[in-house]
Design a protein around this ligand. Structure first.
Ligand code: ADP
Ligand code: MG
Length: 245
């Protein structure tokens, strides 16, 4: 697939003290690609995501977003963060703001949109994630699945170039997982570039262009989902799959 790269990581290394948590990471994500990252707990998946928007500084290596090196600080860093939407396991909504305000806030503060323009866009996005009628409510009045869909709408409201999802359904009750995965599947179909850390193998099989398998801070396999799931090459991946499938 000869697509233009959106994220390029080259020989990225990161340590937490003595722990070498990202080891010579080479990863390219093309525009419109969906890359699912899987691997055992502690293998570095969250750190990888956080490195992409500079929530974690790296020791060495380069990370380019849309051809530009990640800025270290200041306004350029804030602009970068606005271009990289992030959705975490915990939804991190503002408890004392309504659903509509949660989605509009960043647009007004960071994208400098007028309130009415921001609110219009927020309503469109809330409609898109199936929450048009929840706009005036507060987060605590929503289910976990609904709150996570608000978090997705809020990230999308910044018109990001890429969306990073770090185990977005891990904190949800089982019956709410599919409503969040459906929204993500739809985004993937619409051509959003996505990096998704998840244990939802059904999603990986149906939405991913590539599966990246990590273990001990390294990328061990980077392959098409079908190939990975039917014929994992490494013992680490075979072992991991035997435990989760
Ligand atoms: P994963 O998301 O794959 O479970 P993480 O990226 O969260 O893995 O963590 C990778 C390793 O780095 C783990 O051993 C974890 O304990 C360690 N780690 C993560 N965050 C920190 C931190 N802020 N300080 C020290 N060690 C950390
Ligand atoms: Mg993690």
């Amino acid at each position: 697939m000869a697509v233009e790269p959106l994220i390029e990581m080259h020989e990225v290394n990161k340590y937490f003290g003595e722990l070498h948590v990202l080891q010579d990471i080479d990863l390219t994500v093309g525009k419109g690609e969906v890359v699912v990252v899987i691997g055992p707990s502690g293998s570095g998946k969250s750190t990888l995501c956080r490195a992409i928007n500079r929530l974690e500084p790296i020791r060495s290596g380069t990370i380019l977003l849309d051809g530009q090196p990640l800025p270290d600080e200041g306004k350029a860093l804030a602009a970068l963060r606005a271009d990289v939407g992030m959705v975490f396991q915990s939804f991190n909504l503002f408890a004392h703001k309504t659903v509509l305000q949660n989605v509009s806030l960043g647009q007004i503060k960071v994208r400098k949109r007028k309130k009415e323009d921001a609110d219009r866009r927020s309503r469109e996005l809330l409609h898109r994630v199936g929450l048009a009628d929840q706009a005036p409510k507060y987060p605590a009045q929503l289910s976990g699945g609904q709150q996570q869909r608000v978090a997705i709408a809020r990230a999308l409201a910044m018109d990001p170039k890429v969306m990073l999802f770090d185990e977005p359904t891990s904190a949800l009750d089982p019956e709410m997982i599919s409503e969040v995965l459906d929204v993500m599947q739809q985004l993937a179909r619409e051509g959003m570039t996505m990096v998704v850390v998840t244990h939802e193998m059904g999603f990986a099989r149906s939405a991913a262009n590539r599966v990246v398998f990590m273990a001990d801070g390294r990328i061990v396999e980077d392959r098409a989902p079908d190939a990975f799931f039917t014929d994992p090459e490494s013992d680490r991946a075979k072992d991991f799959l035997s435990k989760i499938l």
